[in-house]
Design a protein around this ligand. Structure first.
Ligand code: ARG
Length: 391
């Protein structure tokens, strides 16, 4: 029988896909769970579900370090935030697709399959990578059969497919964030139920005392928390816990999807929220005013490319080159206070700081105030001429 390789999480969509691919497409299914830091529990779940439903073969690919070093790091340096959401799913999809292609090649598969719906962004992200890196035929059973989640749940029941209680929501997790969609969350007029959240404590349950932490950055990347040096992946994991315990990182937004639909989306991005804020905090000390304006222009442009499934677009690579060059100075330390969902920057320092205490201090004479008078005289000279004209 011909083989298909399926990107697999063990959730509702991908589990239903296994049976559909066997039944309706007559294929033998190889499932692949790419570990991008979704947690041992979830990786194990994928393995267990694959075994339980009896797939032809199951792979777990540990891509955590690669994800942190080659994808998240770029997101951090670029402050890649899309409509208020530090991009997480959008960074993981290209890597997952790349790993699936490798396995499909080794297994001599005839096709690659994914469980994305026809309404979301992930189908674009998987398929643009698969098309730009291979000639595999792509199968998207949920989209091709136009299935609703209800229909999938019914299909699962009939086929004895095991479902976990949280399958009420459509969840995607990786070390950089957890995204939750579907069910009551779909309606922006409804409040998000507490059980949708897993990583970030409610303010009522968050730590009662403010927590002070320090983060050190080198060339734009966080390298230590509280003076403890950590690999990026471990640093993010640690920060997810610290931030989550302090109620930091819940995001509830109306998002503009690629297909043009507005959707209500909920995210848990504890470490990403702290790192983005700290990174920008350090940039404000180190970048010139013009560099800051440029980075504020460039960040949404970069985030749009990543969100819009254009990882292989040359501009994305060009922007990364330019950002890397700028980030070589983003080295320094920032101290924060975390308290019930709030982050306050307490202090920042860097050997590349452009802040000059002598020049700016009201107590110092280094900058001679009298010299500024000349600057003021000619400031806005065109506006002043214009105002004096009779129009
Ligand atoms: N809307 C987000 C994005 O496009 C998250 C999609 C994640 N998928 C999911 N099944 N919840 O990046």
């Amino acid at each position: 029988m011909n083989k298909v390789v399926l990107a697999f999480s063990g959730g509702l969509d991908t589990t239903v896909c296994v049976k559909l691919l066997e039944e309706k497409y007559n294929l033998s299914v190889i499932t692949v769970c790419v570990d991008v830091g979704q947690g041992e529990k979830n990786v194990k779940k994928a393995e267990d579900v694959a075994n339980e439903i009896g797939v032809f073969k199951h792979y777990t690919v540990d891509a955590r370090e690669e994800f942190a070093d080659d994808f998240i790091s770029k997101g951090i340096k670029a402050n890649a935030v899309y409509e208020g959401y530090p991009l997480s799913t959008a960074f993981a999809r290209p890597l997952i697709a790349m790993k699936i292609i490798e396995i499909a090649e080794n297994e001599d598969a005839v096709a690659i399959a994914h469980g994305c719906t026809g309404k979301g962004n992930d189908q674009f992200r998987f398929e643009s990578i698969i098309r730009s890196m291979s000639d595999f035929k792509i199968i998207a059973p949920i989209r091709e059969l136009n299935l609703t989640r209800k229909e999938e749940q019914e299909y699962a029941k009939v086929h004895n497919i095991p479902l976990s209680p949280e399958s009420r929501f459509s969840i995607d997790e990786n070390i950089w964030g957890r995204s939750i969609e579907g069910d009551v969350i779909e309606n922006p007029a409804f409040e998000v139920p507490d059980e949708a959240y897993e990583w970030v404590k409610s303010n009522a349950q968050a730590n009662k005392e403010a927590e002070k932490i320090s983060i050190e950055f080198e060339h734009g990347i966080p390298i230590a928390i509280n003076n403890e040096k950590l690999d990026l992946i471990d640093l993010i994991a640690k920060l997810n816990t610290i931030a989550g315990d302090n109620g930091i990182g819940k995001i509830d937004i109306i998002e503009d999807r690629m297909v043009g639909l507005k959707s209500r989306e909920v995210y848990e991005v504890p470490a990403a929220t702290i790192i983005t804020k700290s990174h920008k905090g350090l940039e404000s000390l180190i970048f010139t005013k013009d560099e800051l304006r440029y980075i504020d222009y460039l960040s949404p442009l970069y985030a749009d490319l990543v969100y819009n499934a254009l990882w292989h677009e040359p501009l994305r690579e060009d922007l990364n080159k330019s950002i890397d060059h700028m980030q070589r100075r983003i080295t320094g330390k920032i101290v924060l206070s975390l308290f019930k969902g709030h982050i306050s920057i307490l202090s920042r320092e860097s050997k590349f700081s452009l802040h000059d205490i002598k020049q700016v201090s009201f107590e110092d004479k280094e900058t001679d105030q009298r010299e500024i008078e000349g600057m003021i005289k000619y400031h806005g000279i065109q506006a002043s001429i214009y105002q004096k004209q009779k129009h």
